[in-house]
Design a protein around this ligand. Structure first.
Ligand code: NAD
Length: 509
C-alpha cells in the first residue's frame, strides 16, 4: 500500500507536513489515524484542518476564480478532458486505493473511477452546450434571451462511501460552468481524495493555471459547518446522511445561499407475480450486498407478490450462501468490510431491534472473526422477513440488511414502497406492461430514480441523479443538472428607436 501512496506523492507520515498545497492540513488539535477497514492497518495519520487553514483555502479559491471564469467554456472543458485522460492512466492505482481505504470490492473501485472518467467525458461535451433559451419578446424590435454565468466558489462535502466519484460529478460540472471548487471529503477517506487532488493539480500545473481552481480541505463536520455558513461559498453540494443534510440546509438557508442535497436512501424493489426471477435475483443480491450495503442506492426493502414470495426467498437464501466475504482486493470475494466498528454496531443493533419489532431473521446476523477478518468490520449479509408497520424499516441502516415484505395488490406494494421518509431509488421487476406503466405513472414510485427490471443501485452518469423527500431533492451528474452550478440571467435588448413598456403600459412624459 505504501507504493500506492507513493504513486500519488502521498508518502506517509502525512502528519503536519506541507505538500504542494499547504492548506490540506492545519493546526487543529485533531489528529486521526486513518485505518483500512480491510485489515486495520494504518494508512497514514492526518492532522485535521482548522479555521485558519480553511480561510487560506478559500482565499486561494477566490484568487483563482477570475482567471478560471474568464477562460472560454470549451477551453475549461479541455482541462477536464486532460483530467479524464490522466484518470484513465491512474485507474488501477486509484481504484486500489479506494478499495483499500473504503473497503469496497476492487471491481466496484474500478467502477467508481470509471464513473469519474465518464463524467469527465460528459462535462467536456457539455462545455460547448451551456445553452440558454431565446424567447420572442412581446415588444417590437426587442430581443429576449437567457444566459448562464458561473456562481463563484462551489463547496463540495462528500461521504465516505463514494470517496472520489461524487466529487467528480460535482467538480467537473462546476468547473466547465466556470466555478472553482473547495472539496471537503469524508474524514474517513482522505487519502483517496488527496490522490485525486494530486492528479488534477498536475494538470493545472501543466497548463500554467492556479491550483486554487481545485481545493481540498481535510476536516471533520466542523469544517463542513464552516463551509455551510460561509457567504463566500455560493453553492454547497452536500452528500451524506439526512441528519447532515438538515443541518447544512438550515445553515445555508439562513444566509439564503444555494445548496444541492444528496442524502440517505431507503430503496425498494417490487417483484410482481409476472417477474422473471432469473434477472431479479442477481439484481436484488447485488443491490443488497454490493459495497456491503453501503450505497445510498443499496436495496434495503424487497416487496414480493405473495404468489412467488417463498420461491424468491428460497432462491435468495441459496444465493446468499454462495457469497464470499473477505478482502475486497481479492477479486474472488463478493462482499468486503463495513467502514468501521461503529457501522458494525449499527448493523447489530438494527437486527436486534428489527427482531424485537416482530421481524423474522432468516439469514445472517453475524460478525466474522479470525485472522482474515481482524479489522472486525466484516459482517454477514442479512435477510429479515418484515411487515410495514415495523418502525425500523423506515430508517436507513448503512449495512447489508434486507427486509422482505409480502403483498397482494400492486397498489399495496407501491404504498409500502413509498411509505418511508426517503425517496431515492426504486425498481419493479415484471414483464407486464400495465404494471410497468402504473409503477412509472404519477401514482407509482415517488422516488427520483425508478427502474424497470434493473436493481436500485448502479446509476449511469447520463441521467440526473438524486431523490425526493428526506433524500434532499438535489440532482447531480447528467441531464440538465449543470444548471444548478450557474446563475441564470434574463436579458432584454431594445434595438429599435422607440421605448416600449411591457404589458403595453403607457407612460408619456
Ligand atoms: P455523514 O453525513 O456522516 O458525512 C458526510 C459528510 O458530511 C462528511 O464529509 C462529514 O464530515 C460531513 N458532515 C457531517 N455532519 C456535518 C454537518 N453538520 N455540517 C457539514 N458537514 C457535515 O455521511 P457518511 O456516513 O459519510 O455517508 C453515508 C450517508 O451518505 C448515507 O446516509 C448515504 O445514503 C448518504 N449518501 C447519499 C448519496 C446520494 O447521492 N444521495 C450518495 C452517497 C452517500
Amino acid at each position: 500500500m505504501k507504493d500506492l501512496l507513493k504513486a500519488f506523492d502521498l508518502s506517509t507520515p502525512y502528519y503536519n507536513i506541507s505538500t504542494g498545497q499547504e492548506n490540506w492540513v492545519g493546526n487543529s488539535k485533531k489528529i486521526i489515524d486513518i485505518k483500512s477497514p480491510v485489515n486495520n492497518d494504518c494508512i497514514g495519520t492526518i492532522q485535521l484542518a482548522d479555521n485558519h487553514s480553511y480561510k487560506v483555502v478559500v482565499s486561494k479559491a477566490k484568487e483563482a476564480f477570475p482567471i478560471w471564469k474568464s477562460m472560454p467554456a470549451p477551453q475549461r472543458g479541455d482541462i477536464v478532458r486532460q483530467f479524464g485522460d490522466a484518470l484513465r492512466k491512474e485507474k488501477e492505482n486509484l481504484a486500489k486505493l479506494v478499495s483499500y481505504e473504503m473497503g469496497k470490492s476492487l471491481q466496484e473501485g474500478y467502477g467508481e473511477v470509471q464513473e469519474m472518467i465518464d463524467i469527465c467525458d460528459f462535462a467536456v461535451g457539455l462545455s460547448r452546450q451551456l445553452y440558454g433559451l431565446q424567447m420572442h419578446s412581446e415588444r417590437p424590435n426587442h430581443r429576449m434571451f437567457e444566459q448562464w454565468h458561473p456562481l463563484g466558489i462551489v463547496g463540495i462535502i462528500s461521504a465516505f462511501n463514494f470517496p472520489v466519484a461524487v466529487w467528480a460529478w460535482n467538480a467537473t460540472l462546476a468547473w466547465i460552468c466556470g466555478n472553482v471548487c473547495v472539496w471537503k471529503p469524508s474524514e474517513k477517506t482522505p487519502f483517496s481524495a488527496m490522490a485525486c487532488q494530486e492528479i488534477f493539480k498536475k494538470i493545472l500545473k501543466q497548463n500554467a493555471l492556479p491550483e486554487g481552481i481545485s481545493n481540498i480541505i481535510i476536516g471533520d463536520s466542523d469544517i463542513g459547518k464552516l463551509m455551510a455558513s460561509d457567504y463566500d461559498i455560493a453553492l454547497i453540494s452536500a452528500t451524506g446522511s439526512t441528519k447532515m443534510g438538515k443541518s447544512v440546509s438550515q445553515t445555508v438557508g439562513k444566509r439564503l445561499g444555494k445548496s444541492i442535497l444528496e442524502l440517505g436512501g431507503n430503496n425498494a424493489i417490487i417483484v410482481t407475480q409476472e417477474a422473471d426471477l432469473d434477472i431479479a435475483v442477481p439484481a436484488i443480491v447485488f443491490g443488497a450486498v454490493g459495497t456491503a450495503g453501503q450505497r445510498c442506492t443499496s436495496t434495503r426493502r424487497l416487496i414480493v407478490h405473495k404468489s412467488c414470495y417463498q420461491n424468491l426467498l428460497d432462491k435468495l437464501i441459496h444465493a446468499y450462501k454462495q457469497l464470499r466475504i473477505g478482502n475486497p482486493l481479492n477479486e474472488k470475494n463478493h462482499v468486503g468490510p463495513l467502514i468501521d466498528v461503529d457501522a458494525v454496531n449499527d448493523y447489530l443493533k438494527t437486527i436486534e431491534e428489527a427482531q424485537k419489532q416482530g421481524g423474522n431473521l432468516v439469514y445472517g446476523n453475524n460478525v466474522l472473526k479470525g485472522e482474515a477478518f481482524k479489522s472486525n468490520c466484516y459482517v454477514m449479509p442479512t435477510i429479515i422477513e418484515a411487515h410495514s408497520n415495523m418502525s425500523i424499516v423506515r430508517h436507513e441502516t448503512f449495512a447489508p440488511i434486507l427486509y422482505v415484505f409480502s403483498y397482494d395488490t400492486l397498489d399495496e406494494a407501491i404504498f409500502i414502497q413509498n411509505n418511508v421518509p426517503q425517496g431515492l431509488s426504486s425498481s419493479i421487476f415484471t414483464q407486464n406492461m400495465q404494471q410497468v406503466e402504473t409503477f412509472l405513472s404519477n401514482s407509482g414510485s415517488d422516488c427520483g430514480i425508478a427502474n424497470v427490471n434493473i436493481g436500485t443501485s448502479g446509476a449511469e452518469i447520463g441521467g440526473a441523479f438524486g431523490g425526493e423527500k428526506e433524500t434532499g431533492g438535489g440532482r447531480e451528474s447528467g441531464s440538465d443538472s449543470w444548471k444548478a452550478y450557474m446563475r441564470r440571467q434574463t436579458c432584454t435588448v431594445n434595438y429599435g428607436k422607440n421605448a416600449h413598456l411591457a404589458q403595453g403600459i403607457v407612460f408619456n412624459l
